[in-house]
Design a protein around this ligand. Structure first.
Ligand code: ZN
Length: 256
């Protein structure tokens, strides 16, 4: 199903122009392989000049998920041109975030977008982005692409990205926090959930006419989005946010 001049085989005949390499994928990269391929050596027949990146992606493993590559015991770059009988070990990219944690989410991730904004992260999300414009935005704005579509992650211009494993938005947010090591960067009450702009504190007096009597009575501290005018206070949003942060920290602590 993936593009490329290759075929995978255990015992197929191959002609004199065909080369064979032996690929081993480690750790969480096994997620991308078929059940039979996981944990073992995969023999790939190929013709001509084929990079490790191309052959790995032909097996369904997107390049932004790949970290160290070792060929016959040597460290090599992902662009290394594979040779006949090479033994290629491919490791997952290490957790951490080499750039500002700013995200671009594909159109299926509306709830993840809301959760990440709630935690204070800069997230770009539109429900009508097509693949090519998304890839271009991710590249030009240096954003981390979050998607469950591995073909989108395989686009050449994507540098930073992550394929969400879970379908559940709360599990997805935990995945993102762990993969990019963001626990210490969580800043609740920092960003507008509607438009992603950063919030500003605002005097209660300045917004008195816009809030309900009960809110007026029980809350004194308010924030406003200078872009869209949405007002925030530590009511129900805040409780949801606190619960989310607590659950994420628990999940994080359980993993270290
Ligand atoms: Zn806003």
């Amino acid at each position: 199903m993936f593009a490329g001049e290759f075929c995978e085989t255990g015992n197929a005949e191959y002609n004199i122009d065909m080369s064979m390499a032996h690929f081993l994928f480690h750790g969480r990269l096994n997620y991308f392989l078929s059940r039979e391929q996981r944990g073992g050596e995969i023999n790939i027949n190929f013709q001509g000049r084929q990079s490790v990146k191309h052959l790995a992606e032909s097996l369904g493993v997107p390049h932004p998920e790949i970290g160290r590559v070792q060929v016959n015991g040597r460290e090599e770059a992902l662009g290394y041109i594979t040779e006949d009988e090479d033994i290629v070990h491919i490791h997952p990219i290490e957790n951490g975030c080499p750039i500002e944690p700013r995200f671009l989410l594909d159109c299926h991730l509306e709830r993840l977008n809301a959760h990440l904004r709630m935690l204070g992260f800069d997230c770009l999300y539109e429900n009508n982005y097509d693949d090519l414009p998304m890839a271009k935005i991710a590249a030009s704005e240096e954003r981390i692409l979050l998607t469950r579509d591995r073909r989108l992650l395989m686009r050449k211009m994507i540098v930073h990205g992550y394929c969400l494993r879970s379908l559940d938005p709360l599990e997805q947010v935990t995945e993102v926090i762990q993969r990019f090591e963001l626990v210490r960067k969580i800043k609740p009450f920092h960003r507008c959930l509607r438009c992603n702009h950063t919030l500003q504190a605002v005097d209660k007096d300045a917004i008195l006419e816009r809030i309900e009597p009960l809110t007026k009575q029980y809350f004194d501290s308010f924030h406003i989005c200078p872009a869209c005018g949405q007002i925030y206070w530590k009511g129900s949003h805040y409780e949801r946010m606190q619960n989310l942060v607590e659950n994420i920290r628990k999940a994080h602590d359980a993993c270290i």
